[in-house]
Design a protein around this ligand. Structure first.
Ligand code: CA
Length: 240
């Protein structure tokens, strides 16, 4: 098993901190929550995180002051920092970035946006630790362990179906023609009829069970993976 990226969440509002931590845990990260700068410093001394989610408005030292201090210190100067804040003014955004934050996210934000931003700062700063797992609605796929699960239940997929699903999950809510799928999954040097795609999509749906409806046929165009069908929660929840 690959080590999970450690995320230090510095957020003084317990409800938001908890919501963020739960979502991170469900998406392949190892979060630690602290409520102020002092505890954040102690935590960093003990274990260096892979990324810091830092609230702007904290009791005691502000998020900006902490970011500035961490950027100056040898131990923390390359750790990506993502600022969380209720402020959306352009000047505040500039201040946050000037303080050394890698990115800035304004509350309320969706879970999916937060995860995407975390992955993006990790990729820029430390490409080797981004785990290749994807989540669409309640369907998740981990390329490192070759596991696919829906609502926590593991699904068994053949190798081609796995590759097909991986591609669709990395590019969800978009229509892919049979030609594109052939290029991306089988490689463009292979001569295979487009009908082959239909055969594997059919097998994929059979393997997906309750999640089969997530793979949609778009008449005359191709296929699309959508979160809308199977999602009970997850893509629309937000932290405010
Ligand atoms: Ca706060």
């Amino acid at each position: 098993m690959k080590k999970l990226p450690r995320v230090l969440v510095v957020e003084d509002e317990p409800a938001i901190a908890e919501l963020i931590a739960v979502n991170l845990r469900h998406n392949g990260f190892a979060p630690t929550v602290v409520f102020d700068g002092e505890s954040a410093r102690r935590e960093i001394d003990a274990v260096l995180p892979d990324v810091i989610l830092l609230d702007w408005m904290l009791p005691g030292e502000s998020g900006a002051a902490l970011a500035r201090a961490w950027r100056r210190q040898e131990r923390t100067k390359t750790v990506p920092i993502l600022m969380l804040t209720a402020r959306s003014d352009e000047s505040d955004k500039v201040q946050g970035l000037d303080a050394g934050a890698d990115d800035y996210i304004t509350k309320p934000f969706s879970t999916q946006e937060l995860l995407a931003r975390i992955r993006a700062v990790l990729r820029r700063r430390a490409p080797e630790i981004v785990n290749d797992s994807v989540q669409v609605g309640e369907l998740s796929l981990d390329a490192a362990t070759y596991r696919v699960s829906f609502r926590e239940a593991e699904l068994k997929l053949g190798p081609t179906e796995f590759k097909l699903l991986h591609y669709l999950m990395k590019h969800p809510e978009r229509v892919h023609t049979r030609g594109t799928l052939l290029d991306k999954i089988w490689g463009d040097h292979v001569f295979i009829e487009e009908r082959t795609v239909d055969v594997h999509v059919k097998r994929l749906r059979e393997s997906l069970g309750d999640a089969a409806g997530m793979v949609e046929t778009v008449r005359g165009a191709g296929y699309r993976l959508t979160a809308r069908v199977a999602v009970g929660q997850g893509s629309g929840d937000s932290a405010a």
